[in-house]
Design a protein around this ligand. Structure first.
Ligand SMILES: [Ca+2]
Length: 360
């Protein structure tokens, strides 16, 4: 690079608010993360396939698909092993997925809920929802709240969230058997809702059933604005969806997708058409949804009022989960998941000021 280009590049990086520009380490990937957008801070690095971000006080708890919870507090990172009763499945996209802290417990006596994919003795593969108990610097599987959610090579679902009603919501994928999403007696292709002890809430839409909504393909994002639930799901060959969820409603998979319509099936609020977002975690602020996009390599914003969507963060690779807390948007990359190209010291937890975001 000649001197003028070099000066111009330096000036450009300075003006573009580039907060870090890393040198390659020996043996690391050629790629370097170059942030050309609002000041993005790195809160934690060297994460191993992070899946879910939880926060209590000033501490973050990040589930890693490989079977750990990483606690990040005051710039310190502690990897806490999770002692599970069954071996984690090795299938693509599988492992320790959803993780949400039990809001009934104070930080020093924490419990949590987790969703994980396991292999059983006969070679079968399932997902289960369990209580995790925190002892010292590790977590141990306690009560099993829901077991034997059928699993397959892909489409495990796996997001957990506590609703404004205080109940636990769970997303499950179709486990590559699409028609199961339309069957109310199966656990696949659903959003499920349970009491925190695993029992069926008396006001669930179908009697004695955990099913809250159905006709989903591979949902991995849940968030509420007020009492309204929004969900993200992976479509087939693009046609990814953002849905507004009503109790008992049918979201169409595999009967309709994209702009398809059918009586008694709910069309999405947004769908990606021929583009692939591969949406995962969701969060919300100011009447807008923020959605992690894997294949889309972005955080996307969805303006519900104007019915517009666009990218607010890009250039950091695959994004798995997002969390709004006070004036910040937090998000984790997912370049170590086998489908991306890791940057130096990936994966990372990032932070950006909500007020600094603008849609491309
Ligand atoms: Ca749908």
């Amino acid at each position: 690079m000649d001197k003028v280009s070099s000066i111009l590049l330096s000036l450009f990086l300075l003006l573009s608010g580039c907060s870090f520009f890393e040198k390659k380490d020996a043996g690391q990937q050629e790629n370097e993360a170059i942030v050309m957008q609002p000041d993005v801070d790195v809160i934690a690095e060297n994460l191993s396939v992070p899946w879910s971000i939880a926060k209590a006080g000033q501490a973050f708890y990040i589930s890693e698909r490989t079977g750990s919870i990483v606690k990040v507090e005051g710039g310190k990172l502690e990897r806490q092993p999770v002692r599970l009763a069954k071996p984690l499945a090795q299938a693509a996209e599988a492992g320790l997925l959803g993780f949400v802290l039990d809001p009934r417990f104070p930080p020093e006596k924490q419990k949590a809920f987790a969703y994980y994919t396991y292999s059983d003795e006969s070679g079968g593969q399932f997902n289960r929802v369990v209580v995790l108990e925190h002892h010292g610097a590790e977590w141990t599987e306690g009560e099993i709240l829901l077991d034997k959610i059928p699993s397959a090579a892909y489409h495990h679902g796996g997001r957990l969230a506590i609703g404004p009603d205080g109940l636990l919501y769970i997303t499950t994928g179709d486990a590559t058997t699409p028609e199961t999403a339309q069957k109310l007696h199966t656990l696949n292709g659903k959003i499920l809702r349970m009491n925190l002890d695993g029992t069926v809430p008396s006001n669930n839409p179908f009697p004695n059933s955990l099913v809250y909504s159905y006709g989903h393909r591979n949902p991995q994002g849940l968030v509420w604005i007020g009492k309204t639930l929004y969900e993200s799901e992976h479509g087939q060959s693009a046609h990814d969806e953002i849905n507004r969820i009503e109790a008992g409603a049918n979201y169409g998979w595999p009967v309709i997708q994209g702009t398809g319509q059918k009586a008694r099936m709910e069309p999405p609020l947004f769908q990606s058409g021929d583009e692939t977002w591969a949406p995962s975690g969701m969060t919300a602020a100011g009447g807008r949804l923020y959605v992690a996009a894997l294949r889309g390599n972005a955080v996307r914003e969805f303006d519900l009022e104007r019915k517009q969507t666009g990218v607010v963060i890009s250039g950091l690779g695959r994004i798995r989960d997002v969390l709004v807390d006070s004036e910040y948007l937090y998000f984790v990359s997912n370049n170590t998941d086998g489908r991306g190209t890791p940057y130096v010291r990936d994966d990372k937890l990032y932070r950006v000021r909500l007020g600094d975001l603008s849609r491309e």
